[in-house]
Write a protein that binds this ligand. Structure first.
Ligand code: CA
Length: 223
C-alpha cells in the first residue's frame, strides 16, 4: 500500500513517514499544496494524508481539485484544533476522515488502516487466500497453520497480492503500490522480491498461489 503525505511541517511529515514505513507502507511526502496535487495526480496512491494549512495551495483546494477530477483516493485530513468549520467543509468536499493535531501515531495508524479497508469488508483484519492468511494488525502471516517470517517489503508485496486476488498485476502496478517514488522500475528488483516471497509461501506446498504470467506480470489465485 502506497501513501502520500502532504504536510509542510517537516517534523510532522517525517514523524508520520517514519511510522508508516515501519508499518511497511511505501510513503511519498510533499511539502506544499501544489507539489501534493502534482504527486497525487501522477501516481496511484492508496491513501492521501492531507494537511489543511499548506503553502502555495491549501488542503481544501487540493481536495476539491482531486475530487473534481474524479480522483477517489481515500483522504485523511489533518486539522488544527480550533478549525471545526474546516473539518465540516473538508468532509463535505469529499474527505473520508480527519484527525486533529496533535495526535498520537497509534491514532493515525488506526485511521489509516480503517480507510485502507474501505471497499473491502470494513471490519476485516485478516486477509485469506486458500490456507494462507495475513493479519493486518499483528502482521503475522500463516500458511496451513505455520507462521512464515517475512521482511517488511515481502509483507507489503504479499498484502498487495492478497488484496487483489485473481487480478493480474504488472510490474508497474506493483512498483506503484509497494515502492515509493525513488524506486527505479527498470531494475529487476520486483522479480527478485517476488521470487523470495514465492519461496517462503509456496515452495513447500503442493498448491501454488503466486503465478507468473510471462511478459505480463503476476497473479495470486487458488489454482
Ligand atoms: Ca500545515
Amino acid at each position: 500500500m502506497r501513501i502520500l503525505i502532504v504536510e509542510d511541517e517537516k517534523k510532522v511529515a517525517a514523524f508520520i513517514r517514519k511510522g508508516l514505513e515501519e508499518e511497511t507502507y511505501a510513503v511519498d511526502a510533499a511539502h506544499d499544496g501544489e507539489e501534493g496535487l502534482l504527486l497525487a495526480e501522477t501516481n496511484q496512491y492508496d491513501l492521501i494524508v492531507l494537511d489543511l494549512m499548506l503553502p502555495k495551495m491549501n488542503g481544501l483546494e487540493v481536495l476539491e481539485k482531486l475530487r473534481d477530477k474524479r480522483n477517489n483516493t481515500p483522504i485523511l485530513l489533518l486539522t488544527a484544533k480550533d478549525s471545526v468549520e474546516d473539518k465540516v467543509t473538508g468532509l463535505n468536499k469529499g474527505a473520508d476522515d480527519y484527525l486533529t493535531k496533535p495526535f498520537a501515531f497509534s491514532e493515525l495508524l488506526a485511521r489509516v488502516r480503517s480507510l485502507l479497508r474501505r471497499g473491502q469488508s470494513e471490519t476485516q483484519t485478516v486477509l485469506q487466500v486458500s490456507d494462507l492468511t495475513l493479519d493486518l494488525i499483528s502482521h503475522k502471516v500463516n500458511r496451513n497453520g505455520e507462521e512464515i517470517e517475512l521482511t517488511g517489503k515481502e509483507y507489503s508485496l504479499l498484502e498487495y497480492f492478497m488484496r487483489n486476488v485473481g487480478k493480474v498485476l504488472t510490474r508497474t502496478m506493483i512498483a506503484e503500490h509497494v515502492w515509493d517514488y525513488n524506486f527505479d522500475t527498470f531494475t529487476n528488483v520486483i522479480d527478485v522480491y517476488v521470487n523470495h516471497l514465492r519461496k517462503k509461501i509456496d515452495k513447500s506446498h503442493e498448491q501454488k498461489l503466486l503465478h507468473t504470467l510471462r511478459g505480463v506480470g503476476y497473479v495470486m489465485k487458488e489454482s
